[in-house]
Design a protein around this ligand. Structure first.
Ligand code: GLN
Length: 454
C-alpha cells in the first residue's frame, strides 16, 4: 500500500486518481495486516486497489466524473466495494472516468482526461474509456487492480488499450447497487487487472447475489480461479464472420488469426460461425443506452445531489433545474439525454426505442443459436485499433468515437460475459487486445480459455 501511494504521488501526469484516500488506505492496510497475522486472510486481504469514480464509496467523493455530483459524499457503500472491503481489500482512491461512463477515451471527464502510460514518441494517448483511469492506474502499477464498469465496452476497450485484462461478467452477476446508473439493462461492473488469474480472484469477491438489485441473479458464485485450468482441449471456439469489418487494419486481422492459432495449438477446435445481426448492434445500442440514460439522469435536478446553479432573483424551480443541468452536465451527457428523450417521446417510441429493443432480441438470439450448436466461446478482436491520440477523435464527430465499441456492444446487448486479454503489440509497439465471449454464467470456463490465450 505504501509503495502504491508513493507511485500515485509521482504519477500525477497520468491523471488516473482523482480522489486520494491515503489515510483510509493505511487504516485498511493495518487492519489487513492484523488479519493476516491472525491467520484470517481472505482472497483480497491487503491488496491495494483503485475504485472507479462511478462506485458510491461511503464518505468518499463519488462524482461519476461529472460536475453535477460535485460535493456528493455517499452515506452508503456500493455492494461491490463492500464485498471487496469485507475480503480485506485496500482502497487507494477513486479513479478517473468519462462523465457518467459515457465515452471511449476518458475525455468527457470533469477532471480532464486520464493519460495512457503507453506512449509513441511524445504523442500522448488515451487509455480508452470509460474506465480510463482504472486502466491507466493498473497499467502504470499505481495499484494491483481496479474496479471498472462496462455498458458497451468500458472495461474491455481500456484494457485492450493498455495491455491489461478486463472482464465484464454476465449481466446480473455483480450487484449494481451503489453503482451510479448509466443504462441499467446494460451496466455491469468487473475487475481490471494485470493477469487473467488476478481477474478470476477479484471477480469472485466482487460477485454476489444482492436483493437490493432486482436484476441480481441468485446463483452460487464458483471458485473462478479453480475453474481456470487453461485446459481447453476439445473446446469449440467460434470465429464470427461478421466481425471481419471492411477496412479492418491488417495487424488486427493478423492478431485475430494468431489468437485462433494459439487456441488451436492448445487443443481447441476453431469453427467459423455467423452472428447475422451484428451490424445492427451499434445503432441499436446508441438508441437503448441513451434512452435509459435520459431516464436515469432525470434524478440530477439540483435538489437531491451535488451541484446546484446560482439563481437569479425571480428564478423558480424550472430555472433551477435548467440552469443546474446545463452547468452540471457536459456536452456528451447532454447529447445522450437529448437523444434518449427523443427516442422515448410519444411520436418516436415505436420507430426507435421499440425497434431497437426488437433488434436486441435478435442479437441475443444469434448468440443463443451459436451456443446451442455447441460453441463454447467466441474469439474476436477487442477494438478496431490500438489506443489513439488524445484529442484525435473528439475533434472529428461523435459517431467516430461510437465506432470504437463495434466489437464490444453486442456482448452487453446479449448480457453475456466477455473478457479482453492482451494479445501483442502493433507496429508502433502499442498493446492490442483480443476478446473472448462466453456462455451466460460460465465465467470460469471463459477465464480458462482466456488463460490459454494469455
Ligand atoms: N463507449 C460506450 C458509450 O459511450 C460504452 C461506455 C461504457 O461501456 N460505459 O456508451
Amino acid at each position: 500500500t505504501e509503495s502504491c501511494l508513493k507511485a500515485i504521488e509521482g504519477a500525477g501526469a497520468l491523471n488516473a486518481f482523482v480522489h486520494h484516500t491515503p489515510e483510509l488506505a493505511m487504516d485498511q492496510a493495518t487492519a489487513a495486516d492484523a488479519r493476516i497475522k491472525a491467520g484470517d486472510a481472505p482472497d483480497m486481504c491487503g491488496l491495494p486497489l483503485g475504485v472507479k469514480d462511478l462506485f458510491c464509496t461511503k464518505d468518499v467523493p463519488s462524482q461519476a466524473g461529472s460536475r453535477i455530483l460535485e460535493g456528493f459524499l455517499p452515506q452508503y457503500e456500493s455492494t461491490i466495494t463492500s464485498n471487496l472491503f469485507a475480503s480485506g481489500a485496500v482502497m487507494l482512491g477513486k479513479l478517473n472516468m468519462d462523465e457518467f461512463a459515457m465515452g471511449s477515451s476518458n475525455e468527457t471527464s470533469v477532471y480532464g482526461n486520464a493519460v495512457n502510460p503507453w506512449k509513441v514518441d511524445d504523442r500522448q494517448l488515451t487509455p480508452g474509456g470509460s474506465s480510463g483511469g482504472s486502466a491507466s492506474a493498473v497499467a502504470a502499477d499505481l495499484c494491483l487492480a481496479a474496479t471498472g464498469t462496462d455498458t458497451g465496452g468500458s472495461i474491455r476497450q481500456p484494457a485492450a488499450f493498455t495491455g491489461t485484462v478486463g472482464i465484464k461478467p454476465t449481466y446480473g452477476r455483480c450487484s449494481r447497487w451503489g453503482v451510479v446508473a448509466f443504462a441499467s439493462s446494460l451496466d455491469q461492473a468487473g475487475p481490471m487487472t494485470k493477469s487473467v488469474r488476478d481477474a478470476a480472484i477479484m471477480l469472485e469477491t466482487m460477485c454476489s447475489y444482492d436483493p437490493k438489485d432486482s436484476t441480481s441473479m441468485d446463483l452460487p458464485v464458483p471458485n473462478f480461479e479453480a475453474l481456470m485450468t487453461g485446459d481447453i482441449r476439445g473446446k469449440k471456439i467460434g470465429i464470427p464472420k461478421e466481425y471481419r469489418m471492411e477496412g479492418m487494419p491488417s495487424e488486427i486481422e493478423k492478431l485475430w488469426e494468431n489468437g485462433a492459432a494459439m487456441l488451436k495449438d492448445a487443443g481447441a477446435e476453431i469453427v467459423d460461425i455467423s452472428l447475422p445481426h451484428t451490424k445492427y448492434a451499434l445503432p441499436a445500442y446508441y438508441v437503448i443506452a441513451p434512452a435509459e440514460a435520459s431516464s436515469n439522469l432525470a434524478r440530477y435536478d439540483g435538489v437531491r445531489y451535488g451541484h446546484r446553479a446560482t439563481l437569479d432573483a425571480g428564478d423558480g424551480i424550472t430555472e433551477m433545474y435548467e440552469k443546474t443541468r446545463a452547468e452540471g452536465f457536459g456536452p456528451e451527457v447532454q447529447r445522450r439525454v437529448m437523444i434518449g428523450t427523443y427516442v422515448l417521446s410519444a411520436g418516436f417510441y415505436d420507430a426507435y426505442y421499440n425497434r431497437a429493443r426488437r433488434v436486441r432480441t435478435l442479437i441475443k438470439k444469434d448468440f443463443e443459436d451459436v451456443f446451442a450448436a455447441g460453441v463454447d466461446a467466441i474469439l474476436t478482436p477487442a477494438t478496431p485499433s490500438a489506443a489513439f491520440g488524445l484529442g484525435e477523435m473528439t475533434d472529428v464527430d461523435p459517431v467516430q468515437m461510437y465506432l470504437n465499441d463495434v466489437f464490444t456492444v453486442t456482448v452487453n446487448m446479449a448480457g453475456l460475459p466477455g473478457v479482453a486479454v492482451p494479445a501483442g503489440l502493433d507496429a508502433q509497439g502499442l498493446p492490442l487486445g483480443l476478446q473472448l465471449i462466453g456462455r451466460p454464467w460460465e465465467e470460469g470456463d471463459l477465464l480458462s480459455s482466456a488463460y490459454a490465450l494469455e
